[in-house]
Design a protein around this ligand. Structure first.
Ligand code: BTN
Length: 240
């Protein structure tokens, strides 16, 4: 395992994709700040606070069947580490970690393809560890930072070490067996089953309203639409 750290970079995910072939399996790329941090659905991930975490895992397992569940796996890992600071978390499907309904971390997983064949993934996370209430207010969605929740500043390198250690603890298991290995840990942090949710695919696409029913054995979200039809959702962004 090699850790490559940059003071500043465009994006740890972009770097990992660009250098995918040269990077060893299980490499980790971190940066103090990113000038072009990216979120899901081509959103920007503002990354100019050097006491926040910006980290990407470069993963090239032989077995590719369960790669899609890595985002949910990392989400559980992050939730567990935050809870070790005595703070409760919730998971917003598919892979946001929330504290009292406010987002504290996001995950962006991207595949590296060669001649249309998947070589592996780059799995990046941004976690708000140390932010001022003023910078939080500039985020246009409900958000928080771990220091605000705990009342003390967070030691970034301790937090980073905990995440890396916890991630590799059950990583091989996840790769072998998939969502089943995290199903309980994931589902117990979901608190919107039975409630109304709104699904968006991109900020501009029409929004759809559902009642959340369950998370299935593969990590997909099962919902009921307004005509009572049950549907399985594979991706999207929820408004709770
Ligand atoms: C989201 O919630 O939309 C996902 C945000 C992911 C941000 C992280 S920060 C480290 C890595 N590099 C990026 O450019 N994005 C991810």
């Amino acid at each position: 395992m090699q850790i490559l750290h940059f003071e500043t970079i465009d994006s740890t995910n972009t770097y990992s994709l660009k250098h995918f072939d040269e990077l060893e399996d299980m490499s980790i790329i971190t940066a103090d700040t990113q000038t072009a941090g990216r979120g899901r659905f081509q959103r920007q991930w503002v990354s100019d606070e050097k006491e926040n975490l910006y980290l990407t895992f470069v993963l090239k397992p032989d077995k590719k069947e369960h790669l899609a569940n890595l985002t949910q796996y990392l989400c559980v890992v992050i939730a567990k580490i935050i809870e070790s600071y005595d703070i409760q978390t919730q998971i917003k499907w598919p892979n946001d970690v929330l504290i009292k309904g406010k987002k504290i971390s996001g995950i962006l997983c991207e595949s590296s393809l060669k001649q249309n064949k998947i070589q592996g993934v780059v799995l990046g996370t941004g976690i708000n560890l140390n932010m001022s209430p003023q910078s939080i207010e500039l985020i246009n969605k409900p958000a928080t930072s771990l220091n605000i929740e705990t009342g003390f500043s967070i030691n970034k390198s301790d937090f980073q070490n905990k995440i890396i250690k916890e991630f590799f603890l059950n990583y091989n298991n996840l790769i072998e067996k998939g969502f089943d290995t995290i199903k309980n840990d994931y589902k117990k942090r979901i608190d919107f089953i039975g409630k109304k949710i709104i699904l968006t695919q991109r900020d501009i696409a029409p929004k759809e309203e559902y009642i959340a029913q369950d998370i299935d054995n593969f990590g997909n979200l099962v919902v009921k639409d307004k005509n009572g039809i049950i549907k399985t959702l594979f991706s999207g962004d929820l408004i709770l």
